[in-house]
Ligand binder design. Sequence first.
Ligand code: 13P
Length: 294
Amino acid sequence: MFVSMKEMLIHAHENGYAVMAVNCVNMEQVKACIEGAEEECSPIILNISPRQMREHGHSYALPPVVKSMAERAGVPVAFNLDHGSAYEDFVTALKAGFSSVMIDASACEFEENVRRTQMIAALAHGCGKSCEAELGHVGNAEAGDEANTDYYTNPEQAKEFVDRTHCDCLAVAIGTAHGSYPKGMVPKLDFERLALLKKTLNMPLVLHGGSGAGEENIRRAVACGINKINVNTDVMAHAVEEIKAALKENPDYNYMDLCMRTEDAMKDFIRRYMRMIGSSMRYTFSRPEGPELD
Ligand code: 13P
């Protein structure tokens, strides 16, 4: 079933687990996410960023596919605009039927972040949708941003931010970064800060940069209060590795078979990740009433 991210994450917050949010750019990824979630009896969030929508999964193309698959899913599925920043991104997403939007003004000064987040949270709530925001700044692994403690979220400031903006969940910076870390490197996360953020805010918290962050770190982050984990790089990397392996086996691999094999590889990874973050078996599978479709 197609649901609001707000209620989904409140359930995760109250029951001490996290939901995976996977960036999707095509139908195979959407299917891998939703079927993986159904097989794990887990909730799932599908993320698309404005850039991903502009360049490949256009607002008229992929969102209707997501909605159609989410509506017939036997587990809760939410659909979130990832890292929105320009006003038109939000209007496009809300018109296209996303159930949630993320406003990322984390590179702005505090007051400007508050101002922009207030405006987008009010817009989303007015449309009956939820809003994620970010305070502190989760940068890029390629630039080594994970180690820059100046970017980390300040708990006192976060309390003021949430009280003034009314965002439904907050992405916090505690030592992860987007993309691939240098080979062999596992980031060091600030769990004390995370525990204090959870105690101060008592609301769903989000971790960006869920790829390559290390199993022990991820498990501990969930234990300290993370309820949504964004994963992009690792899912795409599994697809690419599978394509390489298939073409090595047989350079004339049929394209549809290649799509199906890639989808399965992503699904396996997603299912294992769900078990790691505790979202498996949280719901009873129940397909909504409707016509039987092939
Ligand atoms: P990774 O690509 O590091 O998994 O980060 C994904 C993300 O945070 C998307 O918002």
